[in-house]
Design a protein around this ligand. Structure first.
Ligand code: SAM
Length: 247
């Protein structure tokens, strides 16, 4: 059995009970870059740990190699946990991995995790929807391909929709400029959440006009998540999380 498990955004206490039980009983754990040491330490001392992380320029394993490793391990009748940051079905290629298993008629289960959007938003006191601010919310990837971000910009004009952009640090300037170009007010509030829910959690606040220059010299370290919309203003009253006193 292969269990595709979401590890949440960082804080180990955001694991589900099911994820914890599976991690504790796994023979083999294949984990991604954003799965913290604290979470890996929950595995059995005799479990085999395989790193399959993907940073922007350095891929420990290709996606094909990861898929094949899952198939090989499942065929050895091992209890395999494929552990991914956040939720495996949100920008996590979880779908591709279980498709491979399904094609080979191998048994699998999927355990959802708290995705970065909901984890970072909650720990930053920024409700993604709110009756007075946003009636909808959209999750997008800001991943750059050949220096360009491929989004349906025309769909992003609605000021009552919160925009959440994963993988947006390198493209931050381009995203903000593009939103202004399609007619969004330059004063639209924006927050860049750095290493959300972890002891290094930081919220950088600004507008789509000035956020890039605010964070430029701050030594911001990935992972970061961008939230755009008037809900960001609620951080001022709802901010509750102090990383230094979190245990
Ligand atoms: C490849 S995507 C994986 C997303 C993951 N499957 C999820 O559901 O959160 C990686 C991106 O998620 C976001 N991310 C993940 N963990 C984060 C965290 N603790 N703080 C801020 N952003 C995070 C960042 O935008 C990062 O570039």
């Amino acid at each position: 059995m292969v269990s595709l498990v979401g590890a949440g955004p960082g804080d180990p206490e955001l694991l589900t009970l099911r994820a914890l039980r599976l991690i504790q009983s796994a023979d083999v754990l294949i984990y991604d870059r954003l799965v913290s040491q604290e979470i890996r330490d929950l595995s059995r001392p005799d479990a085999k740990l395989i790193y399959a992380g993907k940073a922007k320029s350095e891929h420990a394993m290709t996606q094909d190699a990861i898929n094949q490793t899952l198939v090989d391990l499942a065929r050895q009748n091992l209890n395999v946990v494929r552990l991914k940051g956040g939720d495996p079905f949100i920008f996590g290629r979880g779908g591709e991995e279980v498709e491979t298993l399904a094609r080979q008629n191998l048994e699998f289960q999927i355990v959802p995790g708290i995705t970065a959007a909901t984890g970072c938003a909650a720990y930053s006191g920024i409700p993604l929807t709110h009756r007075e601010h946003a009636q909808s919310c959209v999750f997008l990837t800001g991943h750059l391909k050949n220096g360009e971000i491929n989004l349906n910009w025309e769909d992003l004009t609605d000021p009552t929709q919160t925009i959440v952009i994963y993988m947006s640090l390198s493209g931050l300037d381009q995203i903000c400029r593009k939103l202004i170009a399609i007619g969004r007010s330059p004063d639209t509030p924006a927050a860049l959440i750095e290493q959300g829910t972890t002891p290094s959690h930081k919220v950088h606040l600004g507008t789509i006009e000035n956020l890039e220059s605010i964070v430029k010299n701050q030594g911001v370290r990935a992972p970061t998540l961008l939230i755009i919309g008037s809900v960001v203003n609620l951080h001022g009253t709802l901010n509750w999380f102090s990383p230094e006193s979190s245990t």
